[in-house]
Design a protein around this ligand. Structure first.
Ligand code: FDA
Length: 398
């Protein structure tokens, strides 16, 4: 049986970061993955340019059953430290809205950077390896306390880190492996569901809104709990997407409506009144088409109403139009699920883990990092920042 100080299962963002941190501390690290390529989610992230972190990371950018849990790791590994590594490797990057940082060229550079660092830190990486079973010695033996049966033979280690991610994008190799390990060792796993995910229409609405596919507008979207995001809204063949929808999907529960402000940067009542004074004979259709795509206006409002001149509109009609523009309330059928979700909400209960080291409180030597835990970030580089920060926290403790 081959022994290592540390075995990390999952060579994604968190696993790579943990491996290089532990390796630089002189630990003998083996990083295992069942895929044939490492860091696959990094490679496709940010449309191939990886939104690798954010300039302004706050605990409030994360959803976690225990709101204080993320503070320690985020404070000890701020995004600036990851940016410094990116700069040391000569990777050029740029800032987009809301402090999001992307590679100028390709996400491949982030994977190359992490594997180079792993190499320098002496980390052993083994891909295409299935983990068939894990046991833990009752008392610590010389051969280490965790025994792994794998397709590459039997292994043992003192510290075992689970970095196998969540359930999003099964075609990229997502598996529930990490949750099963947690349950095997008696740790609570909170119910999981798809996050940062597009919504789908009910069938009647699909017929009505499908022709709008491809239209994008600025919006402010609110969930029932009062959470709001002001970003672009995109109509798709199946439903609604775009950054505002992906963000609000983290706060949405099945059966709840969402409220959409289609003109977040103006006062529609005042604007219509102004138009009525200046152009009383202008139709409502032409008026609204100054501010929103005409196709959207024609689907949202009744034909007869749209043909009315502004000076013919009844007070109640104008109030209804304004309400629909600023508080369009929609009941979505559901989400596109894990197939297209960027993250998985829920996972290994953080109350079971140390917020300083990510070690299981009741199973010494067992660590959980990254998306497998009940920590999910907003869109904007926050999920990678959690992978880096939790990976470093565990890497310093294993
Ligand atoms: P990750 O999923 O990265 O890695 C898990 C690893 O475990 C994989 O290599 C997998 O093969 C391996 N594994 C799984 N099961 C196994 C098993 N049974 N045995 C052995 N190995 C196993 N975030 C962000 O901040 N900015 C962005 O731009 C994007 N963009 C983005 C786009 C898309 C399309 C998706 C799906 C996701 C994003 N994300 C993102 C989210 C981000 O990719 C995600 O939060 C992190 O990759 C999570 O890192 P982990 O290391 O925890 O899991």
């Amino acid at each position: 049986m081959k022994h290592h100080d540390v075995i990390i299962i999952g060579a994604g963002a968190a696993g790579l970061m943990c491996a290089l941190t532990a390796g630089y501390r002189g630990r003998d690290v083996l990083l295992l993955d069942n895929a044939k390529q490492l860091g696959r989610k990094i490679l496709i992230s940010g449309g191939g340019r990886s939104n690798f972190t954010n300039l302004k990371v706050e605990p409030s950018n994360f959803i976690c059953g225990n709101a204080h849990f993320v503070k320690s790791a985020l404070a000890r590994y701020p995004s600036q430290q990851f940016i410094e590594m990116v700069e040391r490797h000569g990777i050029e990057y740029h800032e987009r809205d809301h402090g999001q940082l992307f590679c100028n060229d390709s996400a491949k550079e982030i994977v190359t950077m992490l594997t180079t660092e792993c190499d320098w830190a002496g980390v052993n990486i083994k891909l295409r390896t299935e983990i068939l079973g894990i046991t833990k010695a009752e008392t610590k033996t010389e051969a280490g306390q965790f025994m792994l049966t794998t397709s590459a033979g039997d292994l043992s280690c003192d510290s075992l880190v689970i970095a196998t991610g969540g359930l999003s994008m099964p075609k990229l190799g997502a598996t529930p492996f990490g949750y099963h390990v947690a349950e095997q060792f008696g740790l609570k796993v909170l119910p999981t569901h798809a996050g940062l995910v597009p919504f789908t229409w009910h069938s009647d609405d699909k017929i009505r809104f499908e022709p709008l596919s491809g239209i994008a507008v600025p919006s402010r979207i609110s969930a029932k709990d009062g959470t709001q995001f002001s970003e672009a809204l995109l109509f798709t063949h199946r439903g609604l997407s775009g950054p505002a929808i992906l963000q609000i999907s983290n706060y949405w529960k099945a059966g709840e409506t969402i409220e959409i402000d289609l003109l977040p940067n103006m006062d529609a009542a005042a604007a219509i009144e102004g138009q009525q004074l200046a152009h009383p004979k202008q139709s409502l259709r032409n008026t609204l088409s100054h501010w929103l795509p005409k196709r959207l206006v024609e689907v949202l409002f009744d034909e007869v109403l749209l043909n009315k001149a502004l000076n013919q509109l009844l007070h109640a009609e104008r109030a209804a139009v304004v309400a629909n523009l600023h508080r369009w309330t929609v009941l979505m059928n559901g989400t596109e699920g894990y197939r297209t979700a960027e993250v998985t909400l829920g996972g290994v209960d953080t109350n079971e883990l140390s917020s300083k080291t990510m070690e299981a409180c009741k199973v010494s030597g067992l660590f959980f990092i990254g998306e497998v835990m009940d920590v999910s970030g907003w869109l904007g580089g926050f999920n990678f920042q959690w992978a880096w920060a939790s990976g470093v926290a565990a890497g310093q403790a294993v």
